[in-house]
Design a protein around this ligand. Structure first.
Ligand SMILES: [Fe+2]
Ligand SMILES: [Fe+2]
Length: 301
């Protein structure tokens, strides 16, 4: 018996209907929900220190409190900039998904609702970047330039896995930052608003992904297992590891090397990927043949 026959409430249509009701009841406008004019708190962290890429490294031990806080501002800005670009990418992939589908039903209406959420989030991340007063942290060229070409190969499996890679990884970090009393209230407000709406996006992507896998032929599934693993390997490291440490006065090569080999940072990556990897194994999208690529992403031990 299929998963849908066993759990009719998990069908993509039923999930989309539930999510449409939840969106109608709990959607937020960051322009009015967040106090953008409140002054930043003196001496507050911009991100939980234990989640910073250099936490616990020899460089970290040499930094004073002010430099560490400045690094947290740099890393929070990096995350906002990556969120900004990757959510634009999600909108583009969703537009393709909708244009390839026949008709307008709850699934299509929810996809449109999610695109509207992402539009507000992108604006919110932009406003946060302005308040953090950091120079733009561009998504690396090796991700930006191939994206339009690679996206031409994407179909539903890869579209929704890509969305989950970004959403589940950021969700884990932002959920924790939102609860952390040491973190700037502005950053916590942005994280709180984002995770509350992203929880719906994760449910939608998971339901759509189950359906796409159910309908896929063996060959199609095998190709998309490889494609999604390649995407994880190439997008997660730049998403979570800023490389422009020179902006906070650190020796760039040393900082990059120490971040790359930092056991705390490696643990953070694995923690970020825990739920996502378990789900992708469950739906048969990660097999041992893809483990080396998922390890390269840092999300798999
Ligand atoms: Fe978002
Ligand atoms: Fe999202």
């Amino acid at each position: 018996m299929t998963d849908q026959a066993l759990h009719p409430s998990r069908s993509p249509h039923a999930v989309a209907q539930r999510l449409l009701s939840a969106s109608a009841a709990h959607s937020y406008d960051p322009d009015t929900e967040i106090d953008w004019d409140a002054p930043l708190a003196a001496d507050a962290w911009f991100w939980p220190p234990e989640r910073l890429t250099l936490y616990g490294t020899p460089l970290w031990e040499r930094m004073n409190e002010r430099q560490r806080i400045e690094l947290s501002r740099h890393e929070a800005a990096h995350m906002a900039e990556m969120g900004h670009w990757f959510e634009l990418a999600i909108i583009r992939l969703f537009a393709r998904y909708l244009m390839a589908r026949n008709g307008l039903d709850a699934r299509a209406y929810y996809a449109l609702t999610e695109m509207a959420d992402e539009t507000r989030h992108i604006t919110m991340f932009g406003r946060l970047l302005t308040r953090l007063d950091r120079p733009p942290h561009w998504v690396p060229a090796r991700v930006r330039y191939p994206f339009p070409l690679a996206a031409a190969l994407f179909q539903d499996i890869t579209t929704f896995t890509s969305a989950l890679i970004i959403e589940e990884v950021l969700d884990r970090l932002q959920r924790e930052a939102a609860q952390d009393a040491r973190v700037q209230p502005l950053v916590r407000s942005v994280c709180r608003l984002h995770v509350s709406e992203e929880a719906r996006h994760v449910s939608f992507a998971r339901a759509e992904l189950r359906e796409a896998v159910r309908l896929a032929s063996r060959g199609h599934l095998a190709r998309h297992r490889t494609l999604t693993a390649l995407i994880a390997a190439h997008t997660v490291p730049p998403l979570l590891r800023p490389v422009r440490y020179g902006e906070v006065g650190l020796p760039v090569r040393t900082a990059r090397r120490q971040a790359l080999h930092n056991p705390h940072h490696r643990d953070t990556l694995r923690w970020c990927g825990e739920k996502l990897v378990a789900f992708l194994i469950e739906v048969d999208l990660i097999r041992p043949a893809q483990h080396h690529l998922w390890r390269r992403s840092g999300l798999l031990a």
